[in-house]
Design a protein. Sequence first.
Length: 476
Amino acid sequence: MNSLPLRSVYIGGRWAAPHATGTVAVENPATQQLVAEVPDCGSKDVWHAVDAARSALPVWSATGPAERGSALTALRDALAGHQEELARTVTREMGSPITFARRVQTGLPLKVLDGFIDELAAPAAQERIGHSLVVREPVGVAAAITPWNYPLHQAVAKIGAALAAGCTLVLKPSELAPLSAYALTEIIDGIGLPPGVFNLVTGRGSTTGAALASDDGVDVVSFTGSLEAGRKIGAAAAQSVRRTCLELGGKSATVVLSDADLATAVEDGVRSALLNAGQTCSARTRLLVPRPLLDEALDVARAVVAEYVPGDPEDPACLLGPLASAAQRERVLGHLELAARGGARQVAGPAGTGRLPHLGHYVAPSIWTDVSPSSSLAREEVFGPVLAVMAFDDDEEAVSLANHSEYGLAATVWSADIDRALSVARRLQVGQVDINDARFNAAAPFGGYRQSGLGRELGRHGIQEFQEVKSLQLPA
């Protein structure tokens, strides 16, 4: 992996020079140094990749669960063998702290693949409805368009589900963080998939991504990214009534009920908001606490955020790296200026936030209170190390505040009474709710309501996004 073919595309089982002559520069966001250039592919390269996937579809779609499971097992084992290299690549391309990159950025894809492998190994159950047999079949050729914040995880989640379903695919990673996709492609090249089952093109969303989403040879588009880009992807796919799976972000809440362990719950909420420098779609960037406990909650939050001093992401002790780009940094700072003008009150951040690293796209972590429920800080996805702390008077108001967003991706409810927590959780209009300190389940469906997107990823539900349902009517 020391000499990745970064000026090439991977089509039909081999590396090749692209037809497009343009390139995209890849920057290390911690140093602002150019670390690579990759092709900015156009419609011709995309067409060749889709054609290769279409040609490989009859063979791959005819394989059974055992063969697909063997391929995913080989991919999982190979990823595990290159975990340190992959972690360093993710840190270099998007600034994720190396300890977090080792644990989550490269550890989570292994758990995701385990979920797909387990699903393929489970006994197949035939569904009967009266005299009809209901079967699932591969949709066809999949376009997988992935973001920069979890570049390896998102690629593996889409690749693993598509392959498990019997689909062939074309991957287009974010132009900000394509290096891990090249490393992943090198690994896939070594596991022996039939040529054309997996293909890689790179480039900007406005060029390569748009060409891929609108290509007539694509049967399903799986996209993770911003709401704005998701709308464009959906519009392009709608021209041919093409299936889409869109994961578009969130404005998730930590709901701390009156009987919860306040210190534990608040600490959990702060750490979620600052995870990956706040660049996590399911980050719980709103902390909802009982009004009588607001001051105590803010004291706990101050103590936790003091640990998050911006630093070198290659330092194992670093908890807070840079944002992924200069544009993202400016976007976050714009949100903070708007919050201050709107009357929100900033809670002091950690010691040393006035001494941000000289280079790099760093933003100091901040906590805000006196946040209006109708403000952008309470409703819009900031995607930076920013937490809004809001107070409520009873469980009904907590539910109302949590649901007061156009997004609906995730939430956590804290309570000493599990039944009470579940009652609140059932009323939250989101796709996934953790109860207290529940761990992330990489086999459970992940996705959201409303503007958080369409469809679900991971496990059985993720595989089904790449399958069609057919009803076979049998003689009575």
